[in-house]
Design a protein around this ligand. Structure first.
Ligand code: F6P
Length: 469
């Protein structure tokens, strides 16, 4: 992998806010030691698929004090360049603009009577977003070999393609969105100059990738309405799938077996399990999921003591007050349901908040029903993972607003995420689906879920970029 900084030697570059590794500062002794933790996900598999000699470099931001200390001490992974962006600039760009404005716009989640408010504070944070994007563009320009391919990730880095194009016109620049894209009527909410700047930034790329045609079409419609069209930029759809080999193998390792046994005891022998696993983002609709489950227990009392809702809601973006409040509401409603419906031998909702991948896989294996009901979601890989890993081939209850619905909708039970009564009916239908139908559907769901594994998903984009000449 390319490791020398500023040597213009990298042939394939990935840029994302969050990188493949993070560092934790452990207070042992005067200086403290740094502990490296490696992450997973589509990009990690994608980059490993191009092999160690491909000259790949991942440019990411230092996110924590540990990361910043690692950069300062010159500690790093081969093939990774972490940018030491000042913590206040990063906080404004990441929490202030990316997570509190752009993410909300694309997920259409503002409570519009009161928000958004584009005031002086917003303008101040926007300047940080520009600075942060410029730091990435400059690092990529320093590192990329002549004619190299660069794939920029997500709404954090919308300005990078345009900035990089100015610095290095020779590069092939791609950008991939892991979120939905807002339709013009919602995107219009942004101040005119900011809207124009965002689209100009994106259109600096040769090629833009989206997870589904719905999001790609929304982007194209925004360009038609606000930017006079796409210009030279191509738009493509790459529906990220699951890594079946990895998941099947990993979900049968000893730590998963242990957690399965523990979970089975918590659930109770012979009971069915409705499973959901989310990073607790505001779009995931965990609260309405709980309300739907309570509705099921009201509409079909025969399920009481015979089913458990296993809900793993892992913390995400806890710097934002609304995320903390949302987690608290998930906990409050869980307690209310358990207090109101539980019996000495039966806890209706099993809620776990601490991230534990092995336990997630254990829950996948035990699932009779997977509940994936987001308000709006770029793809939602959990929808693809649970049916694949579940021992008995679970039934998928899936929101029509998840990107995954484009590929899985026909074999899932579709729900309107706002309709709690409709979702309760869907849960009942899922719990009572005859075994033969369930198996048939699971087979087709698995074929769709594994159609484009992460490595191929990445290579497909790289090939398309290189073919542009
Ligand atoms: O909500 C999904 C998503 O926004 C992805 O588009 C993105 O890659 C990821 O979450 C970023 O998460 P985090 O804020 O934890 O880095």
């Amino acid at each position: 992998m390319a490791s020398t900084q500023g040597a213009r030697s990298a042939e394939v570059l990935v840029a994302s806010n969050r990188g493949p590794v993070s560092y934790e500062l452990r207070p042992d002794g005067t200086d403290g030691s740094l502990h490296a933790k490696r992450g997973g996900g589509g990009l990690v598999s994608g980059l490993s698929a191009i092999g160690p000699d491909a000259g790949a470099l991942w440019v990411c931001s230092a996110l924590s004090d540990g990361d910043r200390e690692a950069v300062r001490r010159g500690i790093g992974e081969d093939g990774v360049r972490m940018l030491d962006i000042p913590a206040d600039v990063h906080a404004d760009a990441y929490n202030g603009i990316a997570n509190s404005v752009l993410w909300f716009i694309h997920h259409m989640l503002y409570q519009t009577p009161l928000e958004p408010v584009f005031d002086a504070e917003f303008r101040r944070q926007w300047t940080s977003y520009e600075t942060y994007n410029r730091a990435f563009a400059e690092a990529l320009a320093e590192e990329a070999a002549e004619g190299a391919a660069v794939v920029v990730q997500d709404y954090h880095l919308c300005l990078v393609p345009g900035m990089l194009r100015e610095l290095r016109p020779d590069l092939r620049i791609g950008h991939f969105s892991h979120t939905p894209w807002a339709p013009p009527d919602y995107f219009r909410m942004l101040p005119d100059d900011i809207r124009a700047q965002l689209l100009r930034g994106m259109l600096g790329a040769d090629r833009l990738g989206f997870l589904t045609s719905r999001w790609a079409d929304a982007f194209t419609a925004c360009c038609t309405e606000f930017a006079g069209g796409l210009g030279e930029t191509q738009v493509g759809v790459h529906g990220l799938g699951t890594d079946a080999d990895f998941l099947r193998k990993r979900s049968h390792e000893a730590d998963v077996d242990e957690r399965m046994a523990a979970l089975r005891t918590e659930i109770g022998e012979g009971r069915k399990a409705i499973v959901r696993v989310d990073r607790t983002e505001l779009s995931k609709n965990i609260v309405r999921g709980l309300l739907s489950y309570r509705q099921l227990l009201d509409d079909h009392p025969e399920w009481r003591e015979r089913v458990v809702h296993v809900a793993f809601a892992y913390p995400s973006r806890q710097d934002l007050v609304v995320y903390r409040e949302y987690m608290a509401e998930v906990q409050r409603l869980t307690d209310e349901i358990n207090a109101g419906y539980g019996t000495p031998g039966w806890t209706p909702v099993l809620l776990h908040l601490k991230d534990d991948f092995a336990r997630s896989l254990a829950a996948y294996r035990l699932a009779d029903v997977a509940l994936v009901n987001p308000i709006r979601d770029g793809m939602n890989l959990v929808a693809k993972e649970v049916p694949l890993v579940s021992d008995e081939g679970c039934v998928l209850v899936l929101s029509r607003e998840a990107g995954a619905f484009e590929e899985l909708g026909e074999d899932a039970i579709a729900v309107n995420p706002y309709d709690v009564i409709g979702t309760a009916k869907a849960l009942h239908e899922a719990l009572t689906m005859p075994a033969g139908e369930r198996a048939e559907r699971a087979k087709r769901l698995n074929a769709a879920a594994t159609a484009l594994p992460p490595a191929q998903w990445f290579l497909e984009q790289l090939d398309a970029l290189r073919r542009l000449g």
